[in-house]
Design a protein around this ligand. Sequence first.
Ligand SMILES: [Zn+2]
Length: 72
Amino acid sequence: MAQALKLRVQCHACGYMIEGTAKYGEGHYVGEGVPFDFVAIGKVINSKGKRVVKGEVTCICPKCTVRNKYNV
Ligand SMILES: [Zn+2]
């Protein structure tokens, strides 16, 4: 099942606040905001003891078209 990851990041080049969702997993999914590519690199246990997915997201800034990469 597809899981939506909400993201709010700042463009490295122009400082524009990019907001959108990335998809993790299989299945149908409709994103919101700026589209992100998500690559999972593993799972970690967060401070609440819950397993959360960790990975890298890339997106293209809608303002200056620079490609940005973030760890989530
Ligand atoms: Zn930008």
